[in-house]
Design a protein around this ligand. Structure first.
Ligand SMILES: Cc1ncc(COP(=O)(O)O)c(C=O)c1O
Length: 422
């Protein structure tokens, strides 16, 4: 038996038999050093209660090493990949109407596939500063590239911000129902989430936010405009009131292109406590390539540069995003097609007696399932017919479904299935 380590923890001593790591039992935290001295370790082992020694060593399971707060973490529920879905439903991927994850069904402009097919140096690490992409984004947004940092999706940037800002035990404000990654990443980073639920019309409760900021002193607040899942937007007056509070405001604009309002990216030059996040997943149909970006005040961005993974944006992701920006006409046409289809889909859903759709500024529509129909069953029945939608059953949103806006033929397929419930 040899000691391989001593955990800084009062409960267990780790030992190694010939093959396995084992816990040998309860050991009070020692008041002397054990460094490299086997005899001393034997002395420590003698503090193990006799009955535990007699029971023999317990097998150590690897979760012993996991940080305490992560043991309680519920896993994030991602959507199923197309191939898995296809084998579960017994349908070819192209026969599935996928309206559950707000993806852009038109995909990227043709330039993207051409660029991906001609990558010259895939064996060389990508530019850690994503210089080409940030220059293209500066042109696209009107904000200088010094204020812009790219990431492996907006998702990575949400986590990166929290890693830079939050100490374990710090607080964030979350305004549910909203994108659940804020709550999830806060839990991963050991932060407390103070929930300030939205009002019945899904607008922000600014009075409650103000009170919470004053009393609880949270470090940051995550706001989403348009909000996922209801598609409501935050107007300037409300945003300015929140920016006036002593809190870092992270404004997630993942769907801003569909909203008809201007991005607030350039505001980061004026407001030292504002970060704006955006993504290529929705606007450019690049969800699978993983590329997002953020606008940051210069005083903050410096720390994100220091803390980020050096090669967070892959060669393929950067090339794709740059190629997509080269065809603004395509991006504009796709956006217009989706906005037009959103209005058609809204009207069609509104005709159904068992759905109450909410007006949306995004590429999805939230519906309350009414007339005694069960929302979960509706989702499951539609899935059996090859139509995927998102269902909600949490404290803030029970008995709701969210439908992404697709191509006209996808709307038609969805409506054909929904009419079977009449
Ligand atoms: C509000 C919101 N922010 C961010 C994201 C993630 O974006 P990305 O694909 O760039 O990680 C999503 C994805 O659905 C979202 O709904």
């Amino acid at each position: 038996m040899g000691v391989v380590g001593f955990c800084n923890c009062p409960t267990f001593c780790l030992t190694k038999s010939n093959s396995n790591l084992q816990i040998v039992g309860y050991t009070p935290r020692p008041s002397f050093s054990f460094e490299g001295n086997q005899r001393k370790i034997v002395a420590m082992a003698s503090t193990i209660p006799v009955e535990q020694v007699n029971k023999g060593p317990q097998q150590l399971t690897c979760d012993f090493f996991i940080r305490e707060h992560l043991r309680k973490l519920a896993p994030y529920q991602p959507i199923l990949p197309f191939e898995v879905l296809s084998s579960r439903l017994g349908r070819k991927p192209e026969d599935i109407v996928k309206l559950d994850a707000n993806e852009n069904p038109y995909g990227p402009p043709p330039e993207v596939l051409e660029a991906l097919g001609s990558i010259r140096f895939p064996y060389v690490y990508p530019d850690p500063e994503s210089r080409r992409l940030r220059a293209a984004l500066a042109q696209d947004s009107g904000l200088e590239s010094d204020y812009i940092l790219a990431g492996c999706g907006a998702d990575e940037l949400i986590d990166l911000i929290m890693r830079c800002v939050l100490d374990p035990g710090d607080k964030i404000v979350d305004c549910p129902p909203t994108f659940t990654m804020y709550e999830f990443d806060a839990a991963v980073n050991g932060a407390h989430v103070i929930k300030v639920p939205r009002k019945a019309d899904f607008s922000l409760n600014v009075e409650h936010i103000t009170e919470v900021v004053k009393q609880e002193k949270p470090k940051c607040i995550f706001l989403t405009s348009p909000n996922n899942p209801d598609g409501s937007i935050i107007d300037d007056e409300v945003l300015l009131k929140i920016l006036d509070l002593p809190i870092l405001v992270v404004l997630d604009e993942a769907y801003v292109e569909f909203s008809g309002i201007e991005s607030r990216m350039t505001w980061v030059k004026k407001y030292e406590n504002l970060i704006v996040l955006r993504t290529f997943s929705k606007r450019a149909g690049l969800a699978g390539l993983r590329v997002g970006y953020g606008a940051f005040p210069l005083s903050i961005i410096e720390y994100l540069w220091r803390a980020k993974q050096p090669y967070n944006v892959s060669v393929a992701a950067e090339i794709s995003a740059c190629a997509a920006l080269q065809n603004p006409t395509y991006l504009e046409n796709v956006k217009e097609a989706l906005v037009k289809e959103r209005e058609r889909l809204y009207n069609l859903l509104n005709e159904l007696p068992f759905l109450r759709p909410f007006p949306s500024h995004s590429n999805f529509i939230l519906c309350e399932v009414a007339s005694g129909m069960d929302a979960k069953k509706l989702k499951e029945d539609l899935a059996q017919m090859g139509v995927m939608i998102r269902h909600y059953n949490n404290k803030e949103l029970s008995g709701y479904v969210r439908v992404s806006v697709g191509k006209p033929e996808q709307t038609d397929a969805l409506m054909k299935c929904l009419r079977k419930f009449l």
